[in-house]
Design a protein around this ligand. Sequence first.
Ligand code: GAR
Length: 201
Amino acid sequence: MKIAVLVSGSGTNLQTLIDQLHEDETSGIEIAVVISDRHKAYALTRAKSAGIPTQIVRTQDFESRVAYDEAISKHIENHSVELIVLAGFMKLFQPPFVRRYRNRIINVHPSLLPAFPGATPVVDTLAYGVKVAGVTVHFVDEDIDTGPIIAQTVVPVFDTDDEESLHKRIQVEEHKLYPKMIKCYAQGKLKVEGRKVSIIT
Ligand code: GAR
């Protein structure tokens, strides 16, 4: 199965997908293209090192967000991609794009959704004073971080944590959970009924 990975930043999640899926022939998963909205995303260097085609699609180069989404769609279609994987991609899609790829866009978010959606989840988690944090893998719908939840892992929050230490602890779990859930998708093991996703074993 061909996937596209969309990135904005450092790409540690992309790296685990390269290592655990793309470079493991038994996974049956190929990263056909990596798309970034930023020239300087280090994730692009990681993709190039693995010989994966890259595309840069920047919002400022388009008249509207719908036109921006269409440009991304073209790359998705050109590469015959079946699943769109967001890995630290910090742009939102417009409803037509989400409708077109319903339950074919997957995201990883560093909080236990529905708590702490949005752009600063780890900071918000610490500021609220909760005692557990975590990672959520979910399908993308029309709103921000509200789509059907596929899987979650809980991590503890310590009194001594700052944003960096907590985010690191969460990312260790992201790097295990995300490839695992993408594999489940590829193997047809995710059953979606409305908001409820179950994993067929
Ligand atoms: C990850 O922790 C991911 O969960 C988060 O951005 C980070 C990207 O790291 N995504 C979001 O906050 C999406 N709302 P990476 O570039 O090293 O994979």
